[in-house]
Ligand binder design. Sequence first.
Ligand code: GDP
Ligand code: MN
Length: 403
Amino acid sequence: MKLTEDLSKLWLKGRGLPVPEGLPADGPEEVEKIARKLGSRVVVKALVAAGRRGKAGAVQLANDPSSARAAAERIFGSNVAGRNIERVYVEHAVDIAEELYLSFAFGTISPQVVVSRLGGVDIEETAASNPAAIITCEIDPQRGLAAWQAADLWDRAGVQGALVPKLAALTVELYRAFRDADALMLEVNPLAVTTGLELSIVGAMMEIDENALFRHAEWERMALEDAGPGGRPLNERERDVKIADKRYPGGAIRYTELDGNIGLLVSGGGAGLLQHDLMLAAGGRPANHSDTSPSPTPEKPAAILEAIFSNPNARGLLIGYNYLQLAPCDLVIQALLLAMERCKVDPRRFPIVIRLFGPNEAEARRLVSRIPGIRYLPNGASLADGIGEIVAAVNRLPQGTPA
Ligand code: GDP
Ligand code: MN
């Protein structure tokens, strides 16, 4: 997950690193207020978790508060990397003498540091046209990055004089910030050398490992607000599933809504995707995709089922696991009963088809037999049989009846 620049900079600032003073703003008026408070020339930047804003015209310098407001008016409502700009970042403008480049990311095995003297908005072009200007080095994760190694890198990049030890010290600190954030990527571009020969983190972008969010409560909220499929925000049901995924024990669960009307509880992976194809071929339309792993309690699968039952477009449910699966069948059925109870689902009006074989199947069948209207396919039925049954059942529903 990529962090927006305000969060990346807050993290770096919290570690005492040289970040220009700045604040996020929701509208042009607020931008003017912040610019007045900063009392200097400012930069107004679109706040999106994407790079290359400079090239898109979404980074603008302003000499005074009213031109900051005017710059913000141009940026708000514009589009960067396919996203509408609804927030901007206003910060103290730095008098830049030179733009350097520094990043940390993972190579095939170990973390890598990349530096260049030719930083700034054209770094990608430089990498292509002048690869010798880009210096890359692997970092031993056990030993970390030593100041002498960092100094050597900047020396090889062509930096000279008193700047080298300063850069080396900052590079070591930034590597620690990258590591402690459980980041996948930290890019400082530009790492500015000011006209007063100080260093300033002018452009900062971080991508963090979502699996480590439990160690970073400050970013957990952003993970829920953002990071929807294809860049769209999560809807409330998708968000509820994500919250349940964090809260309850067991393997990861995912739930993504699509534009059809047949809910799918599938275990993800090949059989899950195959059932999408089978459903489309049979003339049905999936209301969602799901991805589940076995868990010790019914809460995780129940969260997905509750999302399916609350989706206003869903008119039926298929529980379609592959034959060789590890989840105890009775636990999946307990989840079903729990979600049906919580969402007051009547399977005579909301068809439910189950194709679920494996551990504790007899107990699962016993639980289902107590509820009229659920169709539990006999052991040996194929994935295509499950799809055929649910598509036919949903097609039999009277048109326009609410789910
Ligand atoms: P990005 O294009 O999304 O990476 O956004 P950056 O924050 O890197 O800004 C793009 C470019 O705008 C930088 O490379 C600088 O040339 C310029 N810029 C950004 N902030 C400042 C600033 O405070 N002072 C000056 N002089 N230029 C800036
Ligand atoms: Mn940049």
